[in-house]
Design a binder for this molecule. Structure first.
Ligand SMILES: *Cc1c(COP(=O)(O)O)cnc(C)c1O
Length: 448
């Protein structure tokens, strides 16, 4: 098969898969999982045909996907792919650009620059900030925290790039007791030491309590969060950030999904967040772009560009080149699907997406409470946290929902006991799917 026919065949298979999004089982059947054994072959001595390879991928692979690109997937704030973002991604694959610098790809550099400005506009963050498009909130948080530490050390006259950490003044980290595991991972990988991290106590809702905030100074990085993974709650930025600024601490905000509240009628949840120094957010979650797509946003553009600089004699570029704002050197232009998503949604469309998911989550919360389930959070955003009368019933409900293939969501532990976590974040999820989810839970669950 020639190249164009092969690509057309892949497009046709992709189209058939997408057509099935609304009806496919949300978690694959045991038979589909067993059939993955079809891939279990030795590395062939001679290459097999591309046509056969594609056919195998579709035949054995497609049935063993989770339908996270469908309307009934409620796990992990995963989000589906917006048609415009998915379509832009396909064209981008044909281009196969190495989007490190303008010289490598004028179109990628232009569109990622624009996408960055639009993101700052949509989220109403300081317009002078640098925006690096990285693979994930994890990687983007790592980049932001590296820039933060380097900048705090530089203010004390310490040259981190040349001297490293041996003998350097200590940089402390204060973070919420409920900080996301990937923030802890970034800190651990950067060598901050888990036992040295200072936990800020949280209130009954899971927000950092300003009254019990550990002391901050010019050698402190304070991590906060917009959108706690279980409850969707926001730390009280308007109260905490003036204290942090007065202390000359660096504030980094993990807003992997919650930062998008800034673009909706829920913006008050994140009031004061614009006073922070750096922020992380994902596009592959609530903006519904394909993977992998996230952003490091850094108020002091130079601080990020210096920390991530990757210029070499054979590859120099401006400070705003993406290779100088992210961990990657060779990279895909992951800002392009962001541009396509924002251009097609517009300001109004982003607000509508976030507001609709909030309303749908509230509807789930009210219906579950009405049915006698214990709803454990205030449903301020798109997360519903709940449990059944007993821990066994909570586990059993999760298993029964997964086995039904009708919906999927995950479990967690909240205040020492098992709980269930529903996230509404797919553009495909309509009110009918919300009502179907509620009926399913009432039918399968033991609320009282
Ligand atoms: C998902 C998530 C992360 C990590 O994001 P990745 O893009 O998966 O690395 C960090 N923080 C919060 C609050 C999240 O929900």
């Amino acid at each position: 098969m020639d190249e164009l026919s092969l690509l057309a065949a892949a497009d046709a298979r992709g189209r058939r898969y997408t057509e099935g999004n609304a009806t496919r089982r949300v978690f694959p059947s045991p038979e589909a999982i067993a059939a993955l054994a079809a891939f279990d072959e030795a590395l062939p001595a001679q290459g097999r045909s591309a046509e056969d390879t594609l056919a195998l991928l579709d035949r054995a692979g497609s049935p063993a996907t989770t339908a996270s690109n469908g309307p009934r997937y409620f796990g992990f704030v995963i989000g589906a792919s917006l048609p415009a973002a998915a379509a832009a991604e396909r064209l981008m694959l044909a281009w196969d650009q190495c989007a490190s610098t303008f010289d490598n790809s004028p179109v990628a550099a232009t569109l990622e620059g624009l996408a960055g400005r639009w993101v700052l506009d949509a989220l109403d963050l300081p317009r002078e900030s640098a925006v690096g498009f990285g693979t994930s909130a994890t990687a983007c948080t790592l980049a932001a925290l590296a820039a933060a530490r380097r900048a705090l050390l530089a203010r004390q006259g310490w040259d981190f790039d040349r001297q490293g950490l041996m003998g350097a003044p200590e940089i402390k980290v204060v973070m919420p007791a409920l900080a996301h595991i990937t923030v802890k991972k970034a800190l651990r990988v950067l060598g901050f030491g888990l036992d040295r991290l200072i936990e800020a106590p949280v209130d009954e809702y899971g927000r950092v309590d300003p009254a019990r905030l550990p002391s901050l100074d010019a050698s402190t990085i304070l991590c906060l969060q917009a959108g706690e993974v279980n409850t969707g709650e926001f730390d009280p930025f308007a109260q905490i950030l003036p204290i942090a600024r007065a202390a000359n601490a660096w504030v980094h905000v993990d807003g992997a999904f919650g930062l998008w509240a800034r673009a909706s009628s829920l913006a008050a949840l994140a009031e004061g967040i614009e006073l922070a120094d750096s922020w992380t957010t994902d596009a592959h979650k609530w903006l519904n772009t394909p993977y992998d797509c996230a952003m490091t946003i850094c108020r002091d553009a130079q601080a990020l560009a210096a920390a991530m600089n990757c210029d070499a004699v054979y590859s120099t570029a401006s400070a705003d080149a993406q290779k100088n704002l992210t961990l990657e050197f060779s990279r895909r232009a992951r800002g392009i699907p962001v541009w396509a998503a924002l251009r097609t949604l517009g300001r109004a469309g982003v607000a509508e997406l976030v507001d609709r998911h909030h309303a749908q989550a509230r509807r789930i919360g009210e219906a579950l409470a009405g049915a006698g389930f214990a709803v454990l959070n205030r449903v301020v955003l798109n997360q519903v946290l709940f449990r059944c009368a007993t821990d066994d019933a909570t586990h059993a409900l999760r298993a029964a929902v997964q086995a039904s293939g009708e919906a999927w969501f995950g479990g967690t532990v909240w205040q020492g006991r098992p709980a269930l976590r529903i996230s509404v974040s797919s553009w495909r999820t309509g009110d009918a799917e919300i009502e179907a989810l509620v009926s399913l839970l009432v039918r399968l669950g033991t609320p009282r």
